[in-house]
Design a protein around this ligand. Sequence first.
Ligand SMILES: *[C@@H]1O[C@H](CO)[C@@H](O)[C@H](O)[C@H]1NC(C)=O
Ligand SMILES: *[C@@H]1O[C@H](CO)[C@@H](O)[C@H](O)[C@H]1NC(C)=O
Ligand SMILES: *[C@@H]1O[C@H](CO)[C@@H](O)[C@H](O)[C@H]1NC(C)=O
Ligand SMILES: *[C@@H]1O[C@H](CO)[C@@H](O)[C@H](O)[C@H]1NC(C)=O
Ligand SMILES: *[C@@H]1O[C@H](CO)[C@@H](O)[C@H](O)[C@H]1NC(C)=O
Ligand SMILES: *[C@@H]1O[C@H](CO)[C@@H](O)[C@H](O)[C@H]1NC(C)=O
Ligand SMILES: *[C@@H]1O[C@H](CO)[C@@H](O)[C@H](O)[C@H]1NC(C)=O
Ligand SMILES: *[C@@H]1O[C@H](CO)[C@@H](O)[C@H](O)[C@H]1NC(C)=O
Ligand SMILES: *[C@@H]1O[C@H](CO)[C@@H](O)[C@H](O)[C@H]1NC(C)=O
Ligand SMILES: *[C@@H]1O[C@H](CO)[C@@H](O)[C@H](O)[C@H]1NC(C)=O
Length: 692
Amino acid sequence: MATSTMTVAAFLAKVLLLSLCFVISRSERVKEKIYDKIQSDMACFKRFNGTHEIGCTSKFNGNIGVIHVINNRSDLDWVLDKGPHHPYMLALTPEFLTVSNLRDAQDSGKVSGVVVLVHEGFDPEKMLTSGFSGDYPCPNEEYGLYNHSSDTEYTNYCQKNPWNPPGSALLFSNWEFPIFLIDNQTSVSNIITCYEEFNAPKDGEPRSWPLCALELKSHMFGTTNTEVCMRRATLPSLFSTVNFCDPLYDFNIWGTVKPMNASEDLADQSVIIVAARMDAASMYDNISPGVASAVAGLVTLMSTAEAINRHKEEIMAAESNKNIMFILYQGETWDYIGSSRMVWDMEKGEFPFQKQEDISDQMSQINFTHIDYFIEISQVGKMEEKRLYLHTDPVSNSDPVINSQTGILVTAFNMSVSNSSSGIIFEKAPEEAPLPPASFQSFLKHVNISGLVIADHKGSFKNKFYQTVFDDHRNIKGEVLADVASVLATTLYTMVVGREYKEIIADKNFTEVLLDCYSKNASCSMFKDFGGYLLKNEMNDGKPAKMYVNVKRGETGRTYVTSNIFARVMGEEVDLNETECKSNSFYQVYQYFYLPRVSNGTCYRTTARKTEAMSPAFMIEDYDWQSGMYSTWAESGWQAIDAMLFLRPSVVEEVALVCGGVVSIVTSFALVYFMNSRSDLLFGLPTPPAAC
Ligand SMILES: *[C@@H]1O[C@H](CO)[C@@H](O)[C@H](O)[C@H]1NC(C)=O
Ligand SMILES: *[C@@H]1O[C@H](CO)[C@@H](O)[C@H](O)[C@H]1NC(C)=O
Ligand SMILES: *[C@@H]1O[C@H](CO)[C@@H](O)[C@H](O)[C@H]1NC(C)=O
Ligand SMILES: *[C@@H]1O[C@H](CO)[C@@H](O)[C@H](O)[C@H]1NC(C)=O
Ligand SMILES: *[C@@H]1O[C@H](CO)[C@@H](O)[C@H](O)[C@H]1NC(C)=O
Ligand SMILES: *[C@@H]1O[C@H](CO)[C@@H](O)[C@H](O)[C@H]1NC(C)=O
Ligand SMILES: *[C@@H]1O[C@H](CO)[C@@H](O)[C@H](O)[C@H]1NC(C)=O
Ligand SMILES: *[C@@H]1O[C@H](CO)[C@@H](O)[C@H](O)[C@H]1NC(C)=O
Ligand SMILES: *[C@@H]1O[C@H](CO)[C@@H](O)[C@H](O)[C@H]1NC(C)=O
Ligand SMILES: *[C@@H]1O[C@H](CO)[C@@H](O)[C@H](O)[C@H]1NC(C)=O
């Protein structure tokens, strides 16, 4: 009998619980009605350097605010001075995303977040006529050759003649609220419609509750600066599952035209370095197209390498000790991570690795003494009338030896240009100007090498959207980049082979396809063939590649695919099947790459490889984080990023709702308890034995 007593009481309890669940699930459905998920894949996040934090964060549970659409400065003033329903969530179009507007919003204490709405057909060239850049007017200045302590006559050159006049430093500012970028037109119109219907002031008078509100959740775990953040990250156990912050981390991708065998002594000054950067940034996660700032140079370098490699046999046959090394630097946006790391490794005599005693067939060490010239392909996407400028460093060129070598290099360029069918024009940038921001500066800080930086600008950047989401494919033509690659390849060929002029023509089709993949559709078939099929979620269908440098354990897609394409460009097909096509070690002269989707499976033997691009700051014991010697950038960890649109009732109503809920839950529990404990009385049954 005792069991049946239990069943009756349990049954009643179940009924009550079920009805409670029903009420909860119904309210869940009500919640879905008033909540609307909003695009949330492009949130501003926090980064840290040795002394500062930059970027955005929300509170742990997210920030909520009443939406206010800003169409002009007076809308913002209304929010800051008059609006009674703060905190507000500002909805702005990109024209209003300025440092001063955001500062005013932050200082007022009345704003809990910002959404940037990009309407379909938004044309940055028309709407942001004087340009828009998240970087400084003098990008990477303090980590370059002409920093404030460099003590040359060029030290303050950039302050007077900024390379990047629209530079607002927005990317490097710190915001205590979330900022989301929204370009999904459904989300944009949901926000606008909800605002118009419930919030838009009538005759300047605020509306009453309920009001349309937004919740933005993008809580960042890291705080303060890299030093604090890294210290926390190494704390034992308690916090170990939380990812406070990670150093920016990726790989430089590089290779030489001729193999470099450690058993054959490298001659001094035998390597011509041809470099470009392969990373860019914006304030937001998942979007950093960097087409003019990085992709154009990267594609030109790939195309040059492809053209040169078609003439590899002639280059090998020529009795010349000259070699060419193509390098793609990573993390250059963040105080020259990739190039400063390579310099650091070379200084220690450990580039590309520490000499191994027990491995035969090793690649040789390379250091500064082996570098002949340094040719950097900087921003080349926005040429006017196919005109490019050759920038040189006046400091090192005050040394007559360096200067005469630079002269030889410039002459070589001029000769290939004057004989070329490409229509490209090279012009020497003014002698009295220093170098624009360039990886070359990382080398020149340590050693005098002659070299050039090739760019589409003479003075300030032609790229008006440096380090923003608007640095996109507009006005950049693959065909013209192929012409630049032809001139470069011709110059390099002539310098290495040392015979008379021979025009080398870059592959226009290859260049155009590659440019489109990076700048328009990263799930293009070339990227898929070269490994993108393994990386479904990373290869951004119909969107540009994400050019942002990575963190360890982060997304590897862009670097992976780029190094596979580079391996094919620098390498040669060999007849080995999938199991045979393996590199025995990273130290060997040749690396082997098997690409299953290229002609149904191709093995490439190549000198191409990757070396770590992580700042030396994270490798030097007791590094002084304030010193400014090396990049100290790290990225915060976070858990969930989310955005919701909903109707917010007045505070009174909200409190009433919560109280009502609490009261009803307490009552039902009391009821169950009461019925359970009095079941014998209520149902006339004996109490169950205590053992039960
Ligand atoms: C860190 O970044 C901030 C903001 O860009 C800058 O003012 C500061 O000098 C940087 N600190 C170091 C050590 O580079
Ligand atoms: C400033 O530049 C000089 C050379 O131009 C270099 O030696 C020095 O290391 C730089 N300072 C910092 C803090 O990077
Ligand atoms: C925009 O968001 C809606 C709803 O979340 C989704 O169905 C749609 O596919 C999105 N559009 C784009 C272009 O991502
Ligand atoms: C490197 O040189 C050694 C010794 O001359 C030779 O045995 C080896 O085959 C060479 N490796 C390559 C890849 O040429
Ligand atoms: C650079 O290489 C040369 C020749 O291989 C060698 O003599 C020199 O010691 C190296 N320098 C460093 C810093 O390793
Ligand atoms: C290339 O141009 C130079 C002048 O820059 C000229 O002297 C030379 O003859 C030309 N060579 C060819 C093959 O056209
Ligand atoms: C490069 O040469 C210039 C001019 O001779 C000199 O002032 C400078 O210190 C040299 N730089 C290095 C890193 O040796
Ligand atoms: C991107 O390229 C792939 C492969 O060619 C194609 O299937 C896909 O439709 C393209 N996406 C867009 C949005 O154009
Ligand atoms: C690859 O070739 C080797 C030797 O020719 C052979 O033993 C092996 O079975 C082949 N592997 C595949 C997957 O075809
Ligand atoms: C690749 O394989 C498929 C089917 O096995 C075949 O139809 C196609 O012609 C092959 N392509 C090449 C380039 O060999």
